[in-house]
Design a protein around this ligand. Sequence first.
Ligand SMILES: [Fe+2]
Length: 163
Amino acid sequence: MNLNENIIRHSEAVCNTALEIAGFIDKEAVAVNLSLVEAGSLLHDIGRCKVNSLAHGFIGGQIILSKCWAVELKRIAETHILGGLTEQEAVKLGLPPADYTPKTIEEKICCYADKLNLEAKRVSVDERFQVWVSKYGETPLIKEAYRRVKTIENELTKLSKKD
Ligand SMILES: [Fe+2]
């Protein structure tokens, strides 16, 4: 699909991180579909073959839909933008009104793993957001996204195996 080579490298890095996180989750607490995490993380940025704006998540979902791939994969692409987009935020960005925040464990893992990779380099959530802040300033959208990603981080930490 002519996806840029650095996006492919990024997606592979996100996939490795996502599977690593999934491996830490306590299976007694929540069941994680590893195949979905793997495919979803590899496909999360597929929309970047068409656009590089924040619409690439939604566009990626449309590509996945056009391929008749699983609707769960469509949701992973749609919900990976920042810490997910609320309906109100989505409308402001010109997207069709819908809740694009990660809900399932697989959506949360893929969204979070994406925040831990700057291109193919493993970083912290703070380092990832620092790059956005230096590019776009501390906008309300970025501030809210940071809060949401930290909430996902806490949630995943709580679901991790204790030993
Ligand atoms: Fe992305």
